[in-house]
Ligand binder design. Structure first.
Ligand SMILES: Nc1ncnc2c1ncn2[C@@H]1O[C@H](COP(=O)(O)OP(=O)(O)OP(=O)(O)O)[C@@H](O)[C@H]1O
Length: 856
């Protein structure tokens, strides 16, 4: 960062030098107006050349026709003096005529760029300033009403870099440039900025005023001239003052300006603002004819512009570091009592902070696939996570689409760290899991409301104070729930959609007062028909709309400001997406640039480790749900407890339920009728669940206290049956039987478990009696059926688990219609006696090849 004090010192020194130069020039030129002594003039010209070389070094003052393309670009900020041409004392006594511009004031020329000398001068000044200013620090806004922008044509390479605007050629274009320049005038812009990025200047170059320019625009130009220099705004206006057509358009010289008057063949340069070239009060110009610099060689402009464009493309990129607190700031210094705030991107050169508070409680983010939604959300999470500690802020993160969007916030095998704010993270989540998270958040909402009532307060801030007075050590944190691709959860009319919609509406309407905030993101929000029906009551809760490329539907239909956005940019609207008249300044809407957080993996990794390292060592990692991960019995806490003798009454553990804690899905046995388990599914995964169910129930029994009869009636079950028998044999009494042996073992009088693979191949005649009378005597059946249509046991089996079974066939077994989507790695568990029906992640055999890896 350029140190501001240093800059002020540099500027003061330059000013002193300038005053000395002006005085020297004045003394010399005025010394003897009639017959100058040639030797004296030569000596003076030499002194002035030396002074000019010091004030306007390199690109700023060198003759451009001899300048090498290899001269390095850049220099001090700002480049203060610039050469306009050669002042001539005698035919052979010349010195560079330089004037202060950037950092001081403006320049006007009394002829437009239609005069070839002005045309050349503008190009040479522009080239000098662009080449000498640190790359990217000078933004040029161009206007050329008469010449159509010709004078700026060779600088076109700078347009993509945002350093040069396409020249405005009509009155509206001029107005737009003036509006942009007026925005540049910000209170405090002259104050030492915090970041290098803000050390920029805007130079408005008017080569000729457009036709129909009126008094209003002329007055705006004069006002900019008056106020601009303090905010880093400077003007070069060719054709000023404009021809006085009417009294209204008659203009005074611009304030704070050096005026150039073009004569033939030379020009006269007036005194710079606040200084004088002359030694006597009646001379207010440089007392020597000046031959203005000519159009620079095209290859020189070309090579400078290319290099600048390349530089600035790299330098103008916003990085994740720009969104984080300053390196010197204390991490987690934010207080969430009144809200949360983080920088989401840059509007021009200004960081844009957005808030979660009473006024802007929830945000909605839209953007087509690949528009950078995940990148944007991750920026927000790291930005908040670096500012607020986990005691102030907790995250619930849900991603309904395929991919690993939030996976970087949870521990993995290769990376043990996690984001300490994350309470629950779901990647590729099921709707049921999303629903479970919403239920948990709504329960928290109710708890907070109860706490408000008890404490007699109405805001989170007051509640935190009351809780602290009651001796609560940790403040109540704000909660941020981010849901990516939220329409997946809410669309449709099934029970999940209906309940989720109600819950999310409650959170949206009442969460703000309890410090619970939502960010909903999607490629397309139009599918959320249920919510659109209640448009105002729901969408009205989301005043912050962020439209990424292709995400215009989070804005009001008439607001097309997101059209044509490039990747890495977004429209941020804080008025619920409302637009406004085209071209009008919209205080509630900004276009920002935001970074790809993964562009600098090293920075990200450092940040992750820093945040993780700062956590409370007692804190738990987030509860994680990775929709693609397979679940294994060996990792299950209920199974481990059973093995350790703390299992309670015997149950078959079949998988993990889709709730926030991924609680174990168990089917308890017992003495009531029907306590048998049937598992349905044509694929091997169903047999693997039977294997897990048998192992788990065995774990509930003390060693050598339970009897297991194991039978495989189909080839697909033989391997598992054999391995199961060997395994269980270490702990319990195990008998392996074939088809005939099974018929004999289906004796309800004999307690123990019958484990049958492929019972659909042949259901023995003794089965119904066993099913009916067995449970009362401690005899239970655990069976796998490849084909549910062969299932004839009816109500006699209470525990039913379906893997890849179509809903119609499930309905036939259960006896009522079922809405369920069969999909890999999911099963539907139904207990006829409790009526409970839940989706579970079934326990699969870890040895059977889990190519997606990772436990949950
Ligand atoms: N600000 C940015 N600048 C440059 N590239 C970016 C930026 N943000 C994201 N990208 C890149 O664009 C690609 C898509 O980004 P991202 O995954 O965030 O999009 P998305 O909207 O979440 O997409 P989808 O909805 O398909 O998951 C990524 O390769 C990412 O690296």
């Amino acid at each position: 960062m350029v140190d501001s004090a240093l800059r002020v010192q540099q500027a003061a020194a330059l000013h002193r030098q300038a005053a000395a130069l002006a005085e020297a020039a004045g003394n010399a030129l005025d010394a003897d107006g009639t017959s100058p002594d040639p030797r004296e003039q030569h000596r003076l010209a030499e002194d002035l050349r030396a002074a000019a070389g010091a004030l306007a070094p390199g690109w700023l003052g060198a003759p451009l026709d001899a300048q090498s393309v290899n001269t390095p670009l850049g220099g001090v900020y700002p480049p203060q003096f610039v050469r306009l041409g050669a002042a001539q004392l005698l035919d052979d006594a010349r010195f560079p005529a330089i004037v202060p511009l950037l950092g001081t004031g403006h320049l006007t020329i009394d002829a437009t760029a239609t005069d070839s000398r002005v045309f050349g001068l503008l190009r040479s000044i522009l080239l000098r300033l662009l080449a000498a200013a640190p790359a990217g620090s000078l933004l040029v806004r161009a206007v050329d009403g008469i010449g159509g922008g010709e004078v700026f044509a060779p600088f076109a390479d700078l347009r993509d870099a945002g350093l040069l605007s396409p020249p405005a050629t009509d009155r509206q274009g001029l107005r737009d440039v003036l509006a942009e320049a007026e925005k540049w005038l910000r209170p405090g812009r002259g104050v030492a900025p915090r970041r290098t990025r803000r050390d920029r200047m805007m130079l408005v170059v008017i080569a000729s005023l457009p036709e129909l320019t009126e008094g209003e625009e002329l007055r705006r130009i004069a006002a900019l001239a008056q106020q601009g220099p303090d905010s880093g705004l400077h003007l070069i206006v060719a054709g000023w003052p404009p021809p006085p057509l009417t009294a209204e358009t008659t203009q005074a010289p611009l304030p704070r300006t050096t005026m150039v008057s073009v004569r033939n063949p030379y020009a006269v340069i007036g005194d710079p603002p606040g200084a004088t070239f002359g030694s006597t009060p009646d001379v207010s110009w440089l007392n020597a004819p000046v031959f203005l610099d000519e159009d620079p060689p095209p290859h020189l402009i070309d090579s400078v512009c290319r290099e600048l464009a390349a530089h600035s493309a790299a330098a103008s990129r916003v990085t994740l570091a720009d969104l984080l607190p300053e390196p010197g700031e204390v991490m987690w210094s934010g207080d969430a009592a009144e809200g949360l705030s983080t920088v989401v991107g840059h509007d021009g050169d200004t960081p844009l902070a957005l808030r979660f508070n009473d006024l802007t409680p929830h945000w909605m983010v839209g953007g087509r696939s690949g528009a950078g939604k995940t990148a944007f959300l991750i920026n927000v999470l790291y930005g908040l996570g670096a500012r607020y500690g986990p005691a102030e802020l907790a995250f619930y993160l849900l991603d309904f689409k395929e991919g690993v969007a939030f996976a970087e916030f949870v521990p993995t095998q290769g990376e043990r760290t996690w984001l300490p704010h994350a309470r629950a993270v779901g990647v590729e989540v099921d709707r049921e899991y999303g629903l479970a998270v919403l239920r948990e958040l709504n329960a928290e909402l109710s708890r907070r409301f109860t706490a408000y009532e008890r404490a007699g307060v109405s805001t989170l801030k007051e509640l935190r104070v009351a809780a602290a007075e009651d001796g609560l050590k940790r403040p109540l944190p704000r909660i941020l729930c981010v849901v990516d691709e939220f329409p997946v959860l809410l669309s449709g009319s099934d029970p999940v959609a209906t309940e989720a919609t109600t819950l999310i509406e409650t959170l949206a309407r009442t969460g703000r007062s309890c410090g619970i905030h939502l960010v909903l993101a999607s490629q397309n929000t139009t599918g959320v028909s249920a919510l659109y029906a209640k448009r105002d009551s729901f969408f009205g809760q989301f005043p912050v709309r962020i439209a990424l490329p292709g995400g215009g539907d989070v804005l009001e239909p008439a607001n097309d400001s997101a059209a044509g956005l490039p990747l890495g940019t977004a429209v941020v609207n804080t008025a619920g997406g409302l637009g406004g008249p085209r071209g009008a300044t919209r205080g509630h809407e900004r276009i920002i640039r935001f970074p790809d957080p993964h562009a600098d993996e090293e920075l990200l990794s450092d940040l992750r480790h820093k945040l993780w390292g700062a956590r409370d060592p007692e804190s738990q990692p987030p509860r994680v749900f990775a929709g693609y991960a397979h679940q294994h019995l060996a990792d299950d806490p209920a199974y481990r407890a059973a093995l350790a003798g703390r299992g309670g009454s015997p149950a078959a553990l079949v998988g993990r339920t889709l709730d926030v804690n991924l609680s174990t899905a168990a089917f308890p046995f017992g003495a009531s009728p029907g306590r048998h388990l049937a598992i349905f599914g044509s694929q091997a995964s169903a047999s693997e669940v039977l294997d897990a169910a048998a192992r788990s129930v065995a774990a509930f029994h003390q060693p050598r206290t339970a009897r297991f009869v194991i039978c495989s009636l189909v080839a697909e079950g033989d391997r598992l049956a054999e391995a199961l028998a060997a395994e269980l044999g270490h702990r319990q009494d195990v008998v392996r039987v074939d088809r005939d042996g099974l018929a004999a073992e289906l004796d309800p009088e004999r307690p123990g478990y019958r484990v049958v693979f492929g019972l659909d191949a042949m259901a023995p005649e003794s089965l119904p009696a066993f099913l009916r009378d067995g449970p009362a005597r401690g005899a239970h059946l655990l069976s796998w059926w490849r084909d549910p249509r062969q299932f004839t046991a009816g109500d006699a089996v209470a525990g039913l688990l379906f893997l890849n079974v179509p809903p119609a066939e499930i309905g036939a077994v259960i006896g009522e219609p079922v809405e369920w989507l069969p999909r890999p790695n999911r099963a539907l568990l139904h207990d006829r006696q409790s009526g409970r029906m839940v989706t579970v992640l079934p326990f699969l055999d870890p040895g059977a090849g889990d190519d997606r890896g990772g436990g949950a």
